[in-house]
Design a protein around this ligand. Sequence first.
Ligand code: KIV
Length: 283
Amino acid sequence: MTPSDPITRPKVTVRTIRDMKAERVKIVSVTAYDYPTARLADEAGVDLILVGDSLGMVVLGYESTIPVTMPEMAHHLKAVVRAQPKALVVADLPFLSFQTSAEDAVRNSGRLMKRGAEAVKLEGGRRMLPQIQAILAADIPVLGHLGLTPQSVHQFGGYRVQGRGQGAADALLDDAIALERAGCFAIVLEGVPLELGQAITAAVGIPTIGIGAGIDCDGQVLVLHDLIGLSFGKPARFVRRYAETGDTIRSAVAAFREDVRSGRYPSREESYAAAPEKPANKS
Ligand code: KIV
């Protein structure tokens, strides 16, 4: 991926994302939860910025995504939207914002759209069809999410790969086909065997965006903080670290501490004088 000029590159829409499958261009997506990371990801040329409910674990320090609320999602979404990304901005529907009824699903999707989201993502397959259909009927684009859906962690008994075994694989395949028929513009496939990622990608006409779902998906998404080394704990098998930003921050702050303690910071040049400085001589 080459960085692209956010001023000149065209706005990515759900249609762009859908068309990328036919064009055989891999979709690149990362999460962002604030203004600077949204700007940097957009300047790097990603196609889709996901304001994921992973923000609960990644930047709010929760144990899972389950405590994340609609006001928290809205707060972070608004910061991302202020970066005016050319990438498509998709916001997650947090736990219990849509499972309760189709009406809740539409109302909460609408809240996210009014704050600048261009599509919503929700976890679940055929069981969530009434919600998905209702959201789509309100002309709100929906990104599906199947496999290791983190909001179901307790039902799964942990963060376990899903779709292992023929029955489970067939069920996920049927879910994917149902989401396509309902009108989702793409599907995130999380934590499934690569063979199933390949089978689902081949079976549906809409793009699959994988995270721990193998190489054959139509695109890949990673949590930005995992990718840049700004998350804690053992990373999942599928995470590739492209930077060690955590180390960079730690040593920068430690260097600042040393400079303050030793009196090396601030210097005279980093201080203001009582008399205003003369403008620089232009000759
Ligand atoms: O919340 C999130 O960041 C996600 C991605 C991991 C797909 O759902």
